[in-house]
Ligand binder design. Structure first.
Ligand code: KIV
Ligand code: NA
Length: 274
């Protein structure tokens, strides 16, 4: 299992860090088999495998349920679990109670929180102080989609670019072990990456980040149809899956399946009454 120091070393030697989301046992097992550096149990599971329009509906119990399955599938991989919508905003006490549950029950190596405001900086400090490593996430933060007015690229203008640079420095200062940069111009991500000693993990943030993260179902094109510009697909499981299920349907209709090799026989001496 890699540690935060391995990830810092990778940043220093420009050995790119690879991260993919996983939400269940098979996706975790296969990602580990492919030798991924880190797995994210992202609250994107709300959209990708639960069918919600945003991540706002995802609950703490959802994250724990999926996080435990991922842990069972990838026992030797560094796992980060997202804290979901509003689970770290109501009070510091509730934040710590929620984070304790997710961290203990899933056996994750770190938790991730979105944003870089003063409140979030305090959250990062307090969790770190309690012994829970935190991955930060700034730029396009999907839990705030209704405030941002959509899934829009962030930090294009002077003021917002400068704000994101400040936020990145602040999350590092607060103790974050890594920072996800989502949906920001590549030049900005490049500047932030150079200024930080902790690794940046980009999604829609260009090639200069210290690592990249993609959603498992996006990169496989599996059960998703509308993809943002920043996604590259490396397979077409939509096509493979629909084709396979259609073949199964055809073979059942034509009595090709099940064949003899899929079928059991009685003992020869067994006689069935008619
Ligand atoms: O939930 C998620 O998949 C994420 C990544 C996009 C970083 O937070
Ligand atoms: Na997320």
């Amino acid at each position: 299992m890699k540690t935060k120091f391995d990830f810092i070393k990778m940043k220093e030697s420009n050995d790119k860090i690879t991260m993919v989301t996983a939400y269940d046992y098979p996706s975790a097992k296969l990602s580990q088999a492919a030798n991924i550096d880190m797995i994210l149990v992202g609250d994107s599971l709300g959209m990708v495998v639960l069918g919600y329009d945003s991540t706002v509906n995802v609950t703490l119990d959802d994250m724990i349920h999926h996080g435990k399955a991922v842990r069972r599938g990838a026992k030797d991989t560094f796992i980060v679990v997202d804290l979901p919508f509003m689970s770290y905003h109501i009070s510091l006490e509730e934040t710590l109670t929620n984070a304790k549950r997710v961290f203990q029950e899933t056996g994750a190596q770190a938790l991730k929180v979105e944003g870089g405001s003063k409140t979030i900086i305090t959250v990062i400090e307090k969790l770190t102080e309690a012994g829970i490593p935190v991955v930060a996430h700034i730029g396009l933060t999907p839990q705030s989609v209704n405030v941002l007015g959509g899934f829009k690229v962030q930090g294009k203008d002077q003021a917002n670019a400068e704000r994101l640079i400040k936020e990145a420095r602040a999350v590092e200062q607060a103790g974050a072990i890594s920072c996800v940069l989502e949906g920001i111009p590549s030049e900005l991500a490049s500047v932030i990456t150079k200024q930080l000693t902790i690794p940046t993990i980009g999604i829609g943030a260009g090639v200069d980040c210290d690592g990249q993260v993609l959603v498992y179902h996006d990169l496989l094109l599996y059960g998703v149809d509308r993809l943002p510009r920043f996604v590259k697909t490396y397979a077409n499981l939509n096509q493979t899956t629909v084709g396979a299920v259609k073949s199964y349907i055809d073979e059942v209709k034509q009595e090709i399946f099940p064949a003899d090799e899929h079928t059991y026989a009685l003992n020869p001496e067994t006689k069935l009454g008619e």
